[in-house]
Design a binder for this molecule. Structure first.
Ligand code: H2U
Ligand code: ZN
Length: 351
């Protein structure tokens, strides 16, 4: 591996993602290029607290016909249009070729409403209400992990129409699967081989490296969590949220870590909204240990925020071209993105 002696903020270079064991191309000299392509209308902060047509608001009928209760806190239900089902025949018809491989996949899909108020987002919710959401994530993780045939619980939020959210009501999805999906499986493999080679946790060591130079990529620190733009970030304003303590899953969060995580989620999403003064779109989700033992000691619990916006509320990054055929690429460096996010106020622009 070549050592780069020039400052990385001026020359094209590639950076290694040790969690996914892949490279990403960084082209900081390219940030001034003109844009005449698509501009997407930004999502503004919602003003409607109850929408009679919303299938997630309290008391409303969902599209399958079931009526939501008049819930006052969080509300979880089985997805009416689940991608996975608990009962699938155990075997499929044998393939005619070893290159045509398929296997049944069982799972359960849940939807969790964060709050009865249709207008809210994590950024504009009270910390204690976000703690209620974290408690629900713990309950869902524990209940789904109890199923002997479930091995992974993936919690994720698609925020904003740009990221495919079907509804602005504050909510997330939970997909529990029989197999560990590829992304966390790759992370687990990297964490395991790093531990075997170095005797320590890759993410614990990465946190120490970042804490030694907090001015580089750390955006926010609180008592138990750190939010940073990872050295190998792909999305322009990508953030990882990492606990200082090594643990694997939601069910291991202490009471004070739950409050710290709630504060961190509010701070990260508030800064995101403040960046372009819009309701900032993203996909975010948590990676946690597998449900039944395997890799339990290796996983270091964390959240990934993958936001698509690039230069303004209207200009998004597309993962196309070289990125589909070659490798991921970014223009602004992780350090520039972190400095911009760090400089933003912790108070939401909409008050
Ligand atoms: P997204 O906004 O991330 O798409 O999540 C909303 C989920 O809610 C989606 O998976 C489900 C959709 O299947 N849903 C219901 O379960 N019931 C409904 O009445 C509408 C939407
Ligand atoms: Zn609603």
């Amino acid at each position: 591996m070549a050592v780069v002696s020039q400052p990385l903020d001026s020359i094209p270079h590639r950076r290694y993602n040790p969690l996914l064991r892949e490279w990403i191309l960084v082209s900081p000299q390219r940030t001034q290029r003109p844009w005449q392509g698509e501009k997407t209308a930004p999502s503004t902060v919602q003003a409607v607290h109850y929408d009679p047509t919303c299938y997630l608001c309290p008391g409303n009928a969902r599209s399958g016909g079931v009526r939501n209760p008049e819930y006052t806190g969080v509300f979880a239900f089985d997805n009416d249009f689940p991608a996975l089902l608990p009962d699938v025949p155990a075997d499929v018809k044998p393939a005619s070729s070893p290159l045509l491989i398929a296997e049944p996949e069982r799972g359960r899909c849940r939807v969790l409403c964060f709050h009865p108020d249709h207008s809210l987002t994590l950024a504009r919710m009270e910390v204690l209400d976000i703690v209620r959401v974290i408690e629900a994530w713990i309950v869902e993780t524990a209940a789904l992990s109890e199923l002997a045939w479930i091995n992974h619980v993936q919690i994720f939020e698609n925020r904003g129409a740009m990221m495919g959210a079907s509804n602005p009501h504050p909510h997330c999805q939970i997909w529990a699967t029989e197999h560990i999906p590829d992304e966390p499986l790759r992370e687990l493999a990297s964490l395991q081989s790093y531990r075997e080679e170095h005797g320590s946790c890759l993410l614990c060591d990465y946190i120490s490296t970042e804490l030694a130079h907090p001015e580089a990529r750390i955006v926010i620190e609180n008592e138990h969590f750190i939010a940073l733009v990872p050295y190998w970030a792909v999305w322009p304003f990508e953030i990882s949220v990492l606990p200082r303590r090594h643990f694997g899953s939601f069910v291991e969060l202490s009471a004070s870590e739950q409050i710290s995580l709630a504060e961190m989620l509010k701070s990260v999403t508030t800064r995101y909204d403040n960046l372009f003064e819009v309701s900032f779109p993203y996909t975010m989700g948590f990676h946690q240990s597998p449900a039944h033992g395997q890799g339990r000691d290796f996983m270091h619990f964390h959240a990934h925020f993958y936001p698509p916006l690039l230069r303004s509320a209207e200009i998004r990054k597309f993962m196309v071209g070289f990125e589909m055929l070659g490798m991921p690429q970014r223009d602004i460096t992780a350090e520039t993105a972190a400095a911009r996010l760090r400089a933003l106020p912790d108070q939401h622009y909409a008050g």
